[in-house]
Design a protein. Sequence first.
Length: 768
Amino acid sequence: MVTEVDGKKVKLSNLSKVLYPDQGILKAEIIQYYMAVGPTFLKYIENRPLSLVRYPDGINAHKFYTKEKPDWAPSWIESILLGKGKEKEGKNYILADNQAAVIWLANLACLDIHPMQVKKPNYDKPDLIVFDLDPPPNAVFGSIKAVAFNLKKYLEEFGYYPFIKTSGGKGVHVCVPIAPLWKHDELMESIKTLTRGFIKLYPEHCTLKIQKTARTNKMLIDIYRNHEGQTTVGAYSTRGRPGATVSMPITWDQLEDLEHPSIYTIKNVPDLLKKHGDAWKGFRSYAVHLHDKRGAQPSKMPETAVGDQLQSYEGKRDFSKTSEPAPESTVKTKGNRFVIQIHHATNLHWDLRLEMNGVLRSWAIPKGLPPVPGIKRLAIETEPHPLKYLDFEGVIPKEEYGGGTMWVFATGTYEVSKKEEKRMHVKLISKQVEATFHLYKMKNNEWLIERKDNPTYKLLQDVIPPMLAIPQEKLPKEKDFSYEIKWDGIRAVMTIADKQVTIRSRSGRDITKQFPKIADSKHCRSATAILDGEIVCLDEAGKPVFTDVISRLHTSAPSKIDQLTRSKPAYFYVFDCLYLGGRSLMSDPLHKRQEWLAAIIRKNNIIRLSEGIEDGKALLEAAKLHGLEGIIAKKTTSSYHPGGRSGDWLKIKFRSTAECVILGYTKGEGARKAFFGALHLGEISEEGIIYKGKVGTGFDDKKIKAVLETLEGLNRSTKLIKDQISDEKSTVWLEPILFCEIQYASLTNKSTYREPVFMRLRPDLSSE
């Protein structure tokens, strides 16, 4: 079987071969795993010499180590000859520089993929320190965690940024990014001194002695993987161990709650990665110099004359009026920093600036960075800017050149793999962006920029569940909150991918065609964006009418949609931006996301900003006066958690309400014999369905008929809860896909609703 990956043909064989007998895991599943995590995995092995452990007949059969690229490897598999000297031939190590190479390795049943701590072109200068915490045989995982946290604290005192990953066995690896400036022997000299200092603090628990007989039940702090030619299992690599475990990068907070590293396997890591993101995001941007060599750099930073290069920049600006930095005649430069800025001038655009020859070579990109391979964007080269522009933010006066607001969108370092007069290949490395771009000169100052690597997450194609708020009766006491109206409509996430617009409800249902006037890319100044907000219909007084927007949601006939678009116009109140200009904003603080949201939304009558204000008390009183549901309080520094509830977002309502899944209904008696008696309510959690009681009030004749009609259209089900209920014999159980909203007084000691009142069905929360 031959498949195509990144434009390269990869031959796949023996896909039904069982590699993990105890779990019955096939080679096809290993390949499927690497297809899912490949773009992220590649970040940590790309262009690094690899040592491989192959298990062609499964983990219980013969395995063998290999460092040599085989003669029969495809021509597009890159390699590097290392270790050749007077007395040895050296080895031709494989370099994986694309997703196709990863899948090729997976097809060879390479279950342990070990990259070196060096990367092209600096094969003699490590960019990473690894501390392998190798516990004694009978150690409990809690003791391993304790040493890891102590080591983290110790390394931070020396100015390092330690990251943590599981080894795929019972230990963990503490990894520290460093600048690739020192050779292995210099690095080892620094590490040994550093680690000996740590062991002196914990002599009863840790050791540097490799021999197991000399450890006396102490944990080995294995620093010897940092010697020249040594390797460590890669982040996200599979392991040839029972359970199909993975060497999993995690946050230090996740380590705190981790019971054992064996929980991370090929079965759950792709979903965890998609849900929580890469715990090592921006890893390379945290690189620092060795602690004992920061005072004396390996080479002096060159002093570069830049005056002539900045004449055009200086001639266009009056520095008595603009806050932009004035040029200098000479500068000391590191040589490989970059910044991307959002520039809200006459036309919104992104400025990419690369540090070269003592200045920032600059391109204006009207549509922002290309989000995925295959898309080319126009990039207009502008005049070089001074290095002080690397962190410039502010408002340039309107009458000045480039008048408007400037924000730093991403900043870090870059690597160049090719640099010619009309072509440049650069990899941006930062906390915000880690991607490879090719720049091609067309004519004059016009270039094209194209992304070459696959993004870790395909956010523009994914269904993103919106972040939710936690109910609270009172305003928060903290000052770092902003307050917004709680709109009574349909929560929606709108994705703009060039001219393709998709609107999804909270449940992930595609509702684009129901709201054609909202689904227009012209509302946004950015070619790509993901917006979070609420679709509402309003009465003459400007109050939301929920029944009107629900009727819009249920309409599918084009003629009826056109009619309702005129008679019941809908508006999209947007309050958050999750993606913009080629990158996710979910880790950025809320106040930045909202500033950029305000910059990209065109002022019109269809899409409206749901702006936050500081005075929560005044807004709450105004909302109550106008008969609105309540308000939302959001911490201005908070990040965005898709599908999660966080204390960073709070909803303060004038009555307690809840959204419940309908589990079934009791048969009606007396006056309700033709209908139903009450609805059984539930809450869907990660542990399953939690029973929340019944609701039998709040129905008038019209409402109960409409609800019954909807219930009769649902599939019957078996009982899905363990709770014992008194009227089980008269209950009709339903497939739990329909939601409703209820009002209640409080919760009982069994966590069911006290005095619940039915408010309305919530079909917008159902995917059906």
